[in-house]
Design a protein around this ligand. Sequence first.
Ligand code: HEM
Ligand SMILES: Cc1cc2nc3c(=O)[nH]c(=O)nc-3n(C[C@H](O)[C@H](O)[C@H](O)COP(=O)(O)O)c2cc1C
Length: 510
Amino acid sequence: MPQGIWAEVLIVGAAAVAGTVIFSQRVHLDAKPRAKGQAQTTPSGVRIIPYEELQKHTTRESCWIMVKDQIFDVTDFLDLHPGGAAVILKNAGQDATKIYESIHSAGFFETLLKPEQHLGVVDPATLPQVEAVQTEDEIRVEQARKNIPNINLMINLNDIEEEAHSVLSKIGWSYYRSTADTGSAFDSNIAAFSRYWFRPRVLRPVRDIDMSTTILGIPSTMPIFVSPAAMAKLGHPLGEINITRGAAACGIIQGISSNASCTVDEIADARQPGQPLIFQLYVNKDHKITEDTLRKIDKLGFKGIMLTVDAPVLGKRELDMKARGLPVIRGTNNSGAQGTALRAGVANSLGGYFDANLKWDDLAWIRSITSLPIVIKGVQCVEDVELALEYGCAGVLLSNHGGRQLDYAPASIDVLYELRQRRPDILDGKKLEVYCDGGFRRGTDVLKALCLGATAVGFGRPFLFANGAYGEEGVRKVIEILEEEIATSMRLLGVTKLSELKPEMVTRMA
Ligand code: HEM
Ligand SMILES: Cc1cc2nc3c(=O)[nH]c(=O)nc-3n(C[C@H](O)[C@H](O)[C@H](O)COP(=O)(O)O)c2cc1C
């Protein structure tokens, strides 16, 4: 093999969101001498571009970026970027590898850009000498990761959250932990559980426990699932894939966010045979993009759709905003209107593409594209459970988005309690499945919701924190801890299977 500089070159096949083939091959960059005036190319015809050329393209009219030696023209992608145009423009005309890879999968180039947007490879001889300097936060994280305690010392989910706080980057922690406005909805999610107390039964044989169940008809070893949450790569380079593997190892169902930091193809590839995944959908302002996405996830074998309806715009997540360093003035706010609102933070950049005019009747449009069962995620009152039933939904996820959307939106356990009081027929007749999430951290929290009639409970942050602190092992640890807590509490409650959990086993304190 000749000596020289080799680069991994991506030759992108067919285009766009619906997903494509990507071919990867190694080419010899200094193979061809350049004739005067002639563009230099690799033997396979890929253009070799001087770094100075890249540096000229830094505007909305012509925006190029470089990731891992590859140069892309992202001008037409700027307004489609879920993270907003501004952050790409900030990195335009430069090597964005480090910043890109810290939160994105390389696969997005394959699925989101057209072949002609891959312009070529950088000429390595023209690369500027840059000295890598660690930021203060990177130094802190590196040190904290060296000192992280053994995972076996983690006794409960709060212990894992504490470790995540010390090892995550400031931006990662702030995005995950952020809540809306005063944080009251978030606090109340946790506090609400102390209003519900058990009325246990005794002298019942409880040695053998079975906590298996079904969710949308899909078997699950336990009555819990992974609530879909964005940007798992902010915690760990493998991102959502760790959660997929952990969920497979323990036999629970994972919801995949529309804003996952791995592509759906990568997540689908990481599945064990037959492993069920549910896709969380944010409807795009451009309905054609949503239609392509739905067709794609159908084809990939996803088992259901969670349509998130509590986020026509994103809540004001202040910790996240502050972590980015204010003020950052964006050209548009996340409802798309022109303005000078301060919209800093990972969260605020993610919501720009949401369709704020989505309505119940749009369910018919979604159904015309996919026959997958639809769960409405983000229902916050009994009247909307009734509407979901009327519109033929397979389930509702009672949720205030982990206290990240409307502040003072009710805790899901309180909505469930009200549903139990007002419409026991919906819960007992299994007219549609009812799930809850938000603030669940203990096996007892799960059992309270199950007694009141929920089918299963979702966990959001606990999986992000565990993935950030301990990767896949952390994900498994969360599930193991919950399994143990649920089993112990079932025995202490006097039940051996989930069907024995009844509303009269829980009482609400004033
Ligand atoms: C080929 C496709 C993509 C390119 C070239 C791209 C590029 C970039 C770049 C250069 C940044 C700036 C990072 C920084 O300065 O911190 C960024 C940030 C970001 N991207 Fe992407 N991205 C792509 C796809 C996506 C996708 C599919 C998502 C949705 C999951 C996404 C979500 C984000 C978010 C949330 C941020 C952070 C925004 C902020 O800090 O305010 N990107 N992206
Ligand atoms: C960092 C983070 C990102 C999230 N991203 C999404 C998302 O992309 N789509 C969605 O429907 N819900 C999202 N959620 C909400 C979760 O699905 C879930 O409702 C919430 O996390 C439950 O509360 P918990 O974190 O207290 O368990 C996110 C939550 C967090 C914390």
